[in-house]
Design a protein around this ligand. Structure first.
Ligand code: PEP
Length: 251
């Protein structure tokens, strides 16, 4: 399975920063085409920076871009929200849903995440559905139980195969510099693969990403772990050098 290296730019930077970052990524990819042949590269800028990124990568169709969230609804009276159809209209191909920061700060439930993922699929894009336990839950030995419930509640019903991506992001590893050990990642990703077999058709085709303080220094070990089909990268994706060093580690 081709690895997916996805950058989540979160709520960072100005329009000028976004233009400079994507230009830097493109420049480096132009001198290292092997990376794009061997893995899928995705960037998820803030909504307002999507048109600038789209413009910059025009003519570079192998570099994908997407969004960090979308509305759970089609359209209408949802002030401040952005619908999946608007994102499709802007040529996005992936949308992150259920990131732990949204679950935590916007009180997003599994049910809402499933509605968002269904909207993404309905609009011919791929949802990246995030799951992951907190530090307390891990210490109490509940990590698998929590992740199983999030998967069951956040993945919409699929009658036939449709591309979805699952990102396992232990909450305690996001933006903290702490990374899950390779053994813990292998165990959880194997567990997620088994759970997916109960939940979706063709579970073996679903890419399972690891996210949580992935850096060039730890990417090689994490990305060569069984059932790790790529990475969701926050902080390190704001540097073209670090982001692409992670992608090189994937190939
Ligand atoms: C994320 O927010 O999805 C993430 C993995 O962040 P970081 O890489 O900064 O831990």
């Amino acid at each position: 399975m081709k690895k997916l290296i996805a950058g989540n730019w979160k709520m960072n930077g100005s329009m000028e920063n976004a233009r400079a970052l994507i230009a830097n990524i493109i420049n480096q990819l132009e001198t290292d085409e092997d990376v794009l042949k061997k893995c899928d590269i995705l960037v998820c800028p803030p909504f307002l920076h999507i048109p600038a990124v789209r413009h910059a990568i025009y003519g570079f169709p192998d570099l994908r871009f997407g969004a960090q969230d979308c509305s759970a609804y089609d359209n209408g009276a949802h002030t401040g929200d952005v619908s999946a159809s608007m994102l499709r209209d802007s040529s996005c191909s992936y949308v992150i849903v259920g990131h732990s920061e949204r679950r935590q700060y916007q009180q997003e439930s599994n049910e809402m995440v499933a509605q968002k993922a269904a909207q993404v699929l309905k609009n011919d894009m791929t949802p990246i559905i995030c799951v992951g336990e907190t530090e307390d839950e891990r210490e109490q030995g509940k990590a698998q139980e929590v992740v199983a419930a999030q998967l069951a509640g956040s993945i919409p019903d699929l009658e036939s195969f449709q591309e979805i991506v699952v990102a396992y992001e232990p909450v305690w590893a996001i933006g903290t510099g702490k990374t899950a050990s390779v053994d813990d990642v292998a165990e959880m990703h194997g567990f997620i693969r088994e759970q997916l077999k109960e939940l979706v058709p063709d579970a073996d085709k679903v890419r399972i990403l690891y996210g949580g303080s992935m850096k060039p220094e730890n990417a090689g070990a994490l990305l060569s772990t069984e059932n790790v089909d790529g990475g969701l990268i926050g902080g390190a994706s704001l540097s073209a050098e670090q982001f692409l060093a992670i992608a090189r580690a994937a190939v």
